[in-house]
Design a binder for this molecule. Structure first.
Ligand code: PLP
Length: 450
């Protein structure tokens, strides 16, 4: 089946042929490991709304939306029109643009804690700038982050991202585990790792480093930890701890900003000092931003007597991204957020039904317009619970391949979906029915796991 599809050609070129060229010039044949799949990546011809057509002419429903970054699917007409206008006027200048100011006005009016904002080019940069700003503001070197949490690729933010039973250590004192070989020991020494949603252990670990922690970094619905929500008790405990210990509470809302109109943070009584943003606020273009308290954001302010954190970036706040982002976020208004969350909830309920009918030990977690399916009967509550064996990863890949090749459905490689406003109830029905067939197919493999 797979080879047959791979060999099909549109305009005379096959996926395999492009990949054979790719491996000669791109290391591993890709620029982002996420798009690699065996035996090779598949190449896009065009996309519109919630559909992507590949170069073989096969159309698939897209539930991944470029890793949660396209809140209105592909090529939204209003975004295309506004960006086309901007392209004709120029794409990047060593001068300011009104596009940047208008977008900043929109985002600061959207979330109450966003007194000031700065734009950059990726979520990674946003998290990095937020961490460096925290150090500059507090004068302290360390950060605290959750075991298993993904926050992009800044050295400090990626510590313990893929900690495993062989290296994660005692839960009372989780090891700071390097992700990339060659990460300096000094980086690990400056990162305190805590178990997510575990109030008692986290506070004890923070206390042990109290005079050195600049910020506690939290994703309110951490995808890689299991995509369940932070408990209010956990967030409030961290907030109170940071107030007492001259530290900042900072949120990574690069993915979760979609959860409510004002971000996932709107569900909590306490607000962060700084928030990192990315993905959907770029309207389909590369973006990052840090927003938060004016007094703290001042570390970036070039008009201050002492500039504590010089910050720039050749393409930061480029007018193409600013224009696309503003249109996307204007369209993602309060009603659009509610409607999208309702559609995702319907999908979750239908998938629960598919799980029941197929009688497989699976569970589903999520928030707002995103959810993730797990190969375990009870919904996970901690990172250590979802650590997957090789056999489990094989089953997930089998299911993803089945969906991709036989059902023409694209999901994120953790078995997650990130909805876009272009999806319909009909698409949701197709998803839950395809999953039902997929679950039945991998059922014998899942049963062998236990
Ligand atoms: C929670 C979170 N933080 C940060 C990032 C990094 O964003 P980017 O890929 O734009 O650098 C991601 C990307 O997936 C993310 O999911």
């Amino acid at each position: 089946m797979k080879t047959q599809i791979a060999d099909q050609k549109l305009n005379g070129t096959s996926h395999e042929e492009i990949y054979n060229r790719a491996v000669k010039v791109l290391t591993g044949g890709v620029s982002r490991n996420t798009i690699y799949r065996k035996p090779h990546p598949y190449y896009v011809a065009s996309a519109n709304g919630s559909f992507i057509t590949d170069i073989s002419g096969i159309e698939r429903i897209d539930f991944a939306n470029n890793m949660a970054s396209l809140i209105h699917g592909h090529s939204h007409p209003a975004i295309v029109e506004a960006v086309t206008e901007q392209l004709k006027k120029g794409t990047a200048f060593t001068m300011g643009t009104e596009a940047e100011v208008s977008f900043a006005e929109l985002l600061t009016s959207r979330s109450s804690g966003f007194e000031k904002i700065r734009f950059m080019n990726s979520g990674t940069e946003a998290v990095m700038t937020m961490i460096k700003a925290s150090r500059a503001y507090t004068g302290k070197p360390k950060i605290a982050k959750a075991e298993g949490a993904y926050h992009g690729t800044y050295d400090y933010a990626e510590v313990s991202q893929t900690a495993n039973p062989g290296n994660w250590g005692d839960i009372d004192h989780p090891n700071a585990v390097p992700l990339v070989q060659g990460t300096p020991q000094g980086v690990m020494d400056d990162v305190v790792i805590f178990p997510y949603n575990d109030v008692e252990r986290t506070l004890a670990l923070l206390d042990q480093n109290a005079d050195q922690i600049a910020c506690v970094l939290i994703d309110l619905v951490p995808h890689r930890i299991g995509m369940f929500r932070a408990s209010s008790e956990f967030v409030e405990a961290i907030y109170n701890w940071t107030r007492k210990n001259n530290a900042l509470m900072v949120f990574d809302e690069v993915i979760t900003y979609r959860v409510n109109y004002a971000g996932a943070q709107d569900s909590y009584s306490v607000k962060p000092d700084l928030t990192a943003l990315g993905k959907i606020i770029g309207g389909g273009f590369p973006v990052g931003a840090v927003a938060g308290k004016d007094e703290i954001m001042k570390v970036l302010d070039p008009t201050e007597k002492i500039l504590r954190h010089p910050h720039s970036g050749t393409f930061s706040a480029n007018p193409v991204t600013m224009t696309a982002g503003r249109i996307a976020m204007e369209l993602f208004d309060e009603q659009a957020v509610l409607d999208l969350n309702a559609l995702a909830m319907t999908a979750r309920n239908q998938i629960e039904e598919s799980i029941k009918i197929s009688d497989v030990p699976l569970s589903i977690t999520g928030a707002g317009s995103m959810f993730r399916i797990h190969l375990q009967e009870n919904a996970p509550t901690s990172y250590r619970e979802i650590n997957q064996t090789k056999a489990a990863k094989t089953i997930i890949n089998e299911l993803l391949d089945y969906l991709f090749f036989e059902e023409n459905i694209i999901m994120i490689n953790t078995l997650a979906c990130m909805f876009a406003t272009t999806l319909t109830q009909n698409n949701v029905d197709q998803l839950s029915e395809a999953l039902l067939r997929g679950f039945k197919k991998v059922k014998p493999m899942i049963e062998q796991l236990s």
